[in-house]
Design a protein around this ligand. Structure first.
Ligand code: AMP
Length: 448
């Protein structure tokens, strides 16, 4: 946090009082901050906090007018800035303008995107620092829907109770948070009374999760892909008219993809030499994007000009099919390069989480003398369930090519998650630094 505050040169920092301990821990390392604003009434301001220049929000605004005349200014003026999740390196800062934010808000409310309306009650279970809660505070205001915020309790029980008590019709979240919600529903035999649809993104939505929402709870999953650098929406998955008569399974395999580009976003996939690759749903390449809400550079020009002939390189590897549906193979830093072939860590994780005893799974590559890298899968089990390493490896048989089956399963109590709820593979790799592949498994796979 201190690193981000210093990098952004924040001058005023507003915080919910639930974060008081955190602010007490970091304030001394944030010399640019002139005012610390606790979001509370003056009489709720914590006494003896040790934080200099601490004010309550209500006291701070008390002698201001209750009217605000919106000024006229350049639409390209900066409006907000967010940092990337930093799952593969240091967070990077994306600065948004009023123009990009407004265009993104219009586009994200469209019928084939979030389909927001004044009849919705919307719950973003994504923090505001994660790409402005995916732009929902803007698109909700634009459409006039009811907006519900979850506060710090993101466990399955709290989120479920909030969805029910606030009549939430539309919710947005990353897969790890939804995993906790589904776990709570399944363990307590519950149903949703009003929830109609949910956007799942930020990381790949496992097909098993899509199926559970759709088949067990009648909730439409809108699988979306985006990035902090894209405000964040790039694609969202909904069916086309011609696909409505397809059988359920065929529809599910389309809906498991990350979806079609939202109007305003252009995308292409290229090979290592920058040559454009075909949209055939098979050929994978580096994904490039451009559009009015895609950044052209990072804050303060850091890292130089990232654009490749005007296109922003996403760092993701993907396929696009003839109907324009994007499927993310992996982040290029996470893809496992085994014997000259690529293995998608997302595919390996999706199979593991389809096993009834698996709560969360993360696939990483480990060094191998012959194949460069081999995949292993790190697994956290659901409470009160059992699965052995052999059973889980057996579960992969027939679901993926033999040579892509992980060489080992490592069981852990919990998988490390970042603040945005994404699996922190950098930390996992550090935790497993001294890990050595089991010789037997290595030999088996090389023979296969
Ligand atoms: P961030 O800006 O930190 O949220 O990270 C953006 C990255 O998250 C993207 O470049 C993707 O690697 C990943 N991501 C986001 N949505 C998805 C998705 N639906 N499937 C797979 N990866 C995703």
């Amino acid at each position: 946090m201190a690193w981000i505050v210093n990098h952004a040169q924040d001058e005023v920092l507003c915080f919910d009082t639930s974060f008081l301990l955190l602010v007490q821990a970091v304030h001394a390392r944030c010399p640019t901050v002139r005012k610390w604003i606790a979001l509370c009434d003056a009489d709720k301001l914590p006494a003896d906090s040790g934080i200099p220049n601490l004010l309550s929000y209500e006291a701070w605004i008390s002698d201001q007018s209750d009217r605000y005349e919106w000024p006229s200014f350049d639409e390209n003026a900066a409006s907000s800035m967010c940092y990337t999740s930093g799952t593969t390196g240091k967070p990077k800062a994306a600065l948004y303008s009023h123009r990009s934010t407004l265009l993104h808000a219009y586009a994200s409310a469209l019928p084939d995107v979030m389909r927001l309306s004044a009849r919705d009650s919307v719950l973003p279970v994504v923090p505001m620092f994660h790409v402005n809660a995916w732009g929902i505070p803007y698109s909700a205001a634009l459409t006039g829907c009811k907006l519900v915020f979850p506060g710090p309790a993101l466990d399955g029980k709290s989120v479920y109770e909030l969805i029910e008590s606030e009549g939430v019709t539309f919710a947005a979240g990353v897969p790890t948070v939804w995993q906790m919600l589904l776990g709570h529903l399944q363990a307590n035999d519950l149903k949703f009374s009003k929830l109609d649809r949910t956007v799942i993104g930020g990381a790949a939505c496992p097909p098993a999760m899509l199926r559970a929402f759709k088949d067990q709870y009648g909730v439409q999953v809108l699988h979306g892909w985006g990035m902090t650098e894209m405000s964040p929406l790039g694609t969202l998955c909904t069916l086309k008219n011609k696909q409505l008569s397809l059988p359920n399974e065929a529809q599910l395999s389309i809906l498991a993809k990350q979806g079609r580009a939202i109007f305003g976003v252009d995308m292409r996939i290229v090979d290592g030499k920058g040559q454009e690759l075909p949209w055939d749903g098979k050929t994978y390449g580096d994904l490039l994007v451009k559009g009015p809400w895609v950044v052209k550079e990072y804050f303060q020009g850091e890292g130089g000009n990232p654009l490749v002939e005007g296109w922003f390189p996403t760092g993701d590897v993907a396929t696009i099919d003839a109907d324009g549906y994007l499927q993310i193979t992996d982040r290029s830093k996470d893809v496992i390069k085994s014997g000259g072939e690529w293995i998608s860590s997302i595919d390996i994780e999706n199979i593991a989480v389809a096993h009834p005893a698996v709560a969360m799974a993360a696939c990483i590559g480990v060094a191998h003398p012959k194949w460069d890298e081999r995949p292993i899968v790190v697994v956290a089990k659901k409470p009160n369930t059992e699965v052995t390493k052999e059973e889980l490896l057996q579960f992969y048989e027939g679901k993926t090519a033999k040579w892509q089956i992980p060489d080992d399963v490592v069981f852990v109590e919990a998988i490390p998650l970042g603040a945005t709820g994404k699996i922190l593979k950098t930390r996992l790799r550090k935790q497993l630094k001294g890990y050595v592949l089991p010789t037997a498994a290595t030999t088996d796979r090389s023979n296969a």
